[in-house]
Design a protein around this ligand. Sequence first.
Ligand SMILES: [Zn+2]
Ligand SMILES: [Zn+2]
Length: 328
Amino acid sequence: MSLKTDLTSADLADIRRSALGAADPLGVAAELAEAAEAGHLTDPEDAGYALALAAEIAESRNKLDAALRYADRAVDAYAKRDDSQAGAAHALRARILFRAGREDDAMAELEPLRPLLTRHPDAAAYVSAPLAAGGRNRVAEQWLTDAVQETLAERGGADPATAEDAGLLFFLLQQRHRLRHALGRQHDTHDNLAERLETRLANAAPPPAADLLFWPEAEFGKLLARWPALSADYGDTWDEHRARLERELVRLTGAGRTGLTVLPGTVAGLTGFAGADGDPAGAKSRAGYAARLATGAAQIPWPPERNGSCWCGSGLKYKKCCLPRSRG
Ligand SMILES: [Zn+2]
Ligand SMILES: [Zn+2]
């Protein structure tokens, strides 16, 4: 690979998918790092991501010195940020340190991440992973237990009834429950709660397909031109439509759902589904059409990678398109 032009976010997503099968993965890692350092990224905010990717590629090839150098630079690229991605970069560095036999350094990297466990839903997974790689599952168990207790105490009152009620606590309980099974522990009250929430989630009805029906931009225009009253269900503008859908997907994920897809519909498809006698705009037709789309091949997996193309088809990267809409 030779970098004649700047790397876009979509290029980085492609590299992530293909690097391990490349003829010279370490060459790919070196080029990524060079692009990040030389400012050859279309979006300078991708530097940390490109460097972390280089570190993971080198780590997978057991080139731990190189992996550590890239991870150091990834951490530097995130230095001024206090977010989940910065935490994940430190966790990656810690995992490489463990693999390199530098256990004290790895623990020194991880200790400051402990407060993230009660702040970011994905921290339970990325803080536990290096501890597992370093043979420190008992430490992970203790940290998760402390975080569970702290979160329960803050909530006060009764245990949450659903994964959705539990929010971040669900991810802590779930990670801890898995880990304690791996350690051969007897169930305690937190494990019982984890299992209740997991069972309830597994038995819950899937979200209605109609809630995940998506009208691409041109179709959205046609739909509202024909049935203006549908703006009540889908929004007045395409931006509002995308924002509603993104928020619903985020809500379902917060409730512990995985494997979500968006169901792109067309006006022609809807009228065809309703048939000559049907009322295409009716809720029943739309729900039936969505249910059929949910069994078809046109589904769009959600979420895309932060740096991948957005699910809405705008051609922009997800983190600059629909990802921020859920916060609006
Ligand atoms: Zn269990
Ligand atoms: Zn979008």
